[in-house]
Design a protein around this ligand. Structure first.
Ligand code: SIN
Length: 509
């Protein structure tokens, strides 16, 4: 099959990019039904945008830069925050029903950690992601130029003799392999939280896009920066339900088993300190044998109405946040690093673009400011679409790529022992606290898994895990979410890290 563009990923970034590409003929490849089991659909926080009377894009930029521990690209953040209000109007016009209040029905704005203003737009209280995805699924299904290929998994980018994108190899739901011919490929495959034993992300978020881009020769950036969320519900299920930071924004506190506030004496902003600071503290208290709880009892009657997702998740585990303390654990939540892109979403491979969590835009630095990520996913699609439209006339049209390749690799969607080992090793070795010994052990484990001729999904997971561990090993300092206990100081001059697959010379392809 031949398309003008192929977008991989059924979350917000993928669906909106496919939508913005009109009138080009677009295939939208998604392993599950559109929107299903994506981080976008699970997002509780919201979208940050300076739309309040007391706010401005420059204040939003300043908060973003401050949170990112020296690695935020100010000019990129400034463009993002300036574009935010228009992007909000654009998706509202697609049918997204944001929460509103007051006689003039203005946007209801929430507060989250390290934001100096109320600027978080939500929908359905803590069900923002679900509402965004609902509206986008509807929009995509009504878009004649998009052909959704649900149940298909992208395996590899195909390049022409000049190193430009020529297509993408996918495995269809029936197990067959197919080459989709295209000159523009957009990876919007989400993050890497599923690589971790404890995560708030869907288990399928295992960094496939990073592995695909790496094999195509793309440059990767800041892979070592993984954000841990301080308040995942500590219950024995996988993945862990998130207790949104907005609860702390509205006054919930973090306490130990004696009821003492664990953030006292740690940071002047207490529970609203930057997320890396809070996550580290939660991790440290638990590592010392203590337990940590979120005390949201003061919010009492607000809870069922404004936090229905949290309320339901607690109820499922026999907890009522109006009266109970809620046990929490720090869990992998967001990947700041990813495939390096420019302001138009372009990677270093001609015709290859990345959007959403899989991309490294330079906005999140070493520690993402909450709710800036959904913002990226609604701002970049339009930029990517206009760049694709400008790029295509200058390259030969897509050609028939010939017979389908032989099916060499076994298809194994199950979660065998290697998956457990990989996920345990990511949390233990490439987790909140890192050091050379743990990182080296983790890297050796990922290499060993890659040598077992694993399934396609596990191969990509092992490749991405090894790239992340290797980047973490090479950053010999502590910065933002990257805590090296053997290098506790922050280096004087901040610098991005760049990787390619060549950094893992002996990893089997
Ligand atoms: C949250 O609701 O706490 C998460 C928001 C985010 O990660 O942006």
């Amino acid at each position: 099959m031949t398309y003008d563009a192929v977008v991989v990923g059924g979350g917000l970034a993928g669906m909106l990019t496919a939508f913005e590409l009109r009138p080009l003929k677009v295939a939208l490849v998604s392993y599950r039904s559109l929107g299903e089991l994506t981080s976008s659909a699970w997002a509780q926080g919201g979208i940050a945008a300076a739309v309040g009377d007391d706010d401005s894009p420059s204040l939003h930029t300043a908060d973003t830069v401050e949170a990112g521990a020296g690695l935020v690209e100010r000019r990129v953040a400034a463009r993002l925050t300036a574009d935010a209000p228009n992007a909000i109007e654009r998706i509202a016009s697609l049918g997204v029903r944001f929460d509103r209040e007051g006689e003039d029905s203005h946007y209801a704005l929430g507060r989250e950690a390290a934001h100096s203003r109320r600027r978080i737009l939500r929908a359905g209280g803590d069900a923002t992601g679900a509402e965004l995805v609902r509206a986008l699924v509807e929009a995509v299904h009504g878009a004649a130029w998009i052909e959704p290929l649900e149940g298909a998994r992208a395996l590899d980018a195909l390049l022409d003799a000049e190193g430009r994108i020529a297509g993408v190899l996918v495995r269809r739901a029936d197990g067959s392999l197919e080459r989709l011919s295209t000159r523009a490929l957009v990876l919007a495959t989400g993050g890497i939280g599923g690589l971790y034993e404890f995560t708030t992300n869907p288990r399928a978020s295992v960094g496939a896009g990073i592995a695909i881009a790496a094999r195509a020769g793309a440059k990767l950036e800041d892979l070592e920066f993984v954000q841990f969320h301080p308040t995942a519900l500590d219950v024995p299920i996988d993945p862990l339900p998130l207790l949104t930071e907005a609860l702390r924004g509205e006054g919930a506190r973090l306490v130990d088993e004696r009821g003492a506030r664990i953030m006292e004496g740690v940071h002047p902003a207490l529970e609203l300190a930057p997320r890396d600071v809070v996550a580290r503290r939660v991790f440290a208290v638990r590592a010392a044998g203590g337990r940590v709880f979120l005390d949201a009892r003061a919010l009492r009657d607000e809870l069922p109405e404004h936090f229905p997702t949290v309320f339901a998740a607690c109820a499922l585990h026999g907890l009522d946040p109006r009266v109970d303390l809620i046990p929490v654990v720090a869990a992998a939540h967001y990947h700041m690093g990813g495939i390096a892109i420019d302001l138009d979403g372009k990677t270093t491979v001609p015709g290859l673009y990345a959007c959403g969590e899989v991309a490294a835009t330079g906005v999140h630095g070493a520690n993402r400011l909450a709710s800036n990520s959904l913002l990226e996913s609604v701002v970049y699609p339009e930029r990517i679409a206009s760049d694709v439209r400008a790029y295509l006339p200058g390259v030969p049209p897509p050609v028939d790529l010939g017979a389908e390749p032989a099916d060499a690799r076994p298809y194994a969607p199950a979660y065998p022992a290697e998956w457990k080992a990989l996920r345990r090793e990511m949390y233990a070795g490439v987790g909140v606290e890192r050091d050379e010994a743990r990182l080296t052990h983790a890297l050796d484990t990922f290499r060993a898994i890659a040598e077992t001729n694993p399934s396609e999904e596990l191969r990509d997971a092992a490749t991405t895990a090894a790239l992340v561990a290797n980047a973490a090993l090479r950053r010999r300092e502590t910065r933002g979410s990257h805590l090296r206990v053997d290098f506790p100081e922050t280096a004087g001059t901040p610098g991005h890290s760049f990787s390619t697959l060549d950094d893992l010379v002996d990893l089997p392809a």
